[in-house]
Write a protein that binds this ligand. Structure first.
Ligand code: AMP
Ligand code: MG
Length: 348
């Protein structure tokens, strides 16, 4: 299959009627799958009501079928079609953070969405993306769109159309190129079906921001080191991993440099994931500055591109600095720990 690339200017007025958006929307209505930019990462969209379209998403990504998809909408009234009830706290969070990087879990009105999209669960994950191209496409096709990240399963998520093509060229009908995404990590997934909302996946909206609106919020114990099964099925899989093994290092730049020297002495090529503040401290085969430590949102924004860049060079092992877990740091560390298969080296 030839993958179409549409270059769209996200700043033009009336994007909904842009011929490229209309073309992409038509393909969605024909149950093809199309990649689209959102404010978090690029998504791979398909008609959430159609089994064939949803199967194409899973096939293109190589995604395990028990990992349900997030349904994307452009207007709140679309919820009426497939959501059974909107709890009060969910309504408060929607008012505060939609459109935005927040996914809410609702009880489902069964029989509307493809069961493949929701992995046969009685619940459904929904969000309204805050990106003019995504919103225009959703309005133009007038469908709820299932859209996981547009990468091969297990790889770092895509934050540019080039990343999407790296993984999915020839496997999908098209990609709307709207430039680099902003937030850089995925949405926060929050379960509002119980009295106290539970974070199932940390992301672009921080715990602090949630608490400000709804009071106490829990974090799924599986994420904080508990042995329980994660409530978001996707959280049990290895994810975001670069090709070379990666280790997070809880230590000084000198300690990390010593680890680099030891590996180089064994003839290995070593990568370091550093920050703008620390990159100049290292001598190694490839040192990448992933944003500014003093501004964690810049680290989130650069994270996946940095992980993918290690794949473009012949690197045998990667050492990464760690980050504080306040604010968006919680999502950054969640992704880094997964990318590193939970391997962390602590300086004694
Ligand atoms: P992705 O599509 O790759 O951004 O991942 C979506 C995340 O949301 C995965 O971790 C899914 O397991 C999770 N998710 C989707 N639907 C549900 C649901 N109904 N209940 C719990 N988690 C969900
Ligand atoms: Mg993903």
């Amino acid at each position: 299959m030839r993958t179409k690339v549409w270059n769209v200017d996200k700043f033009v007025d009336n994007l909904e009627n842009d011929p490229q958006i209309v073309d992409a929307a038509q393909l969605l209505r024909q149950n093809e799958v199309v990649a689209l930019p959102t404010e978090t990462v690029y998504g791979l969209g398909g008609n959430a009501k159609n089994d064939e379209a949803v199967s194409k998403i899973f096939a293109a990504k190589g995604r395990p079928v028990d990992n349900p998809l997030i349904i994307h909408i452009a207007e709140e009234n679309q919820l009426d079609e497939f959501v059974a009830e909107i709890p009060e706290k969910a309504a408060m969070l929607m008012k505060a953070y939609w459109p935005g990087p927040l996914t809410l879990i609702f009880k489902q009105k069964l029989g509307v969405l493809s069961e493949k999209a929701t992995a046969g669960l009685g619940t459904v994950a929904v969000r309204m993306p805050d990106h003019p191209v995504a919103l225009a496409l959703l309005k133009s096709c007038k469908l709820p769109i299932a859209a996981p990240s547009a990468n091969r399963s297990g790889k770092p998520s895509p934050t540019t159309a080039e990343h999407v093509l790296e993984d999915l060229n020839g496997k999908i009908a098209g990609v709307l190129d709207g430039g680099a995404t902003g937030v850089g990590v995925e949405s926060t997934v929050v379960d509002c079906t119980e009295a106290v909302p539970v974070i199932l996946r940390p992301g672009g909206v921080t715990k602090e921001q949630l608490v400000k609106v709804v009071g106490p919020v829990e974090v799924d114990r599986a994420l904080t080191g508990g042995s329980a099964k994660p409530k978001a099925p996707g959280m049990k899989y290895k994810h975001y991993a670069p090709n070379a093994p990666m280790f997070l290092v809880d230590g000084t730049t000198d300690f990390i440099q010593q680890l680099v020297r030891d590996k180089q002495a064994q003839g290995l090529r070593v990568g370091v994931l550093a920050t703008e503040e620390t990159a100049s401290h290292y001598k190694s085969d490839l040192v990448l500055a992933c944003g500014k430590r003093s501004e964690l949102p810049t680290v989130a924004s650069a994270l996946y591109d940095t992980l993918r860049t290690f794949n473009h060079e012949k690197i045998d092992v990667i050492y990464s600095e760690i980050f504080p877990t306040s604010g968006v740091g919680q999502a950054i560390m969640n992704r880094l720990l997964k990318a590193a298969g939970n391997h962390i080296i602590v300086e004694k």
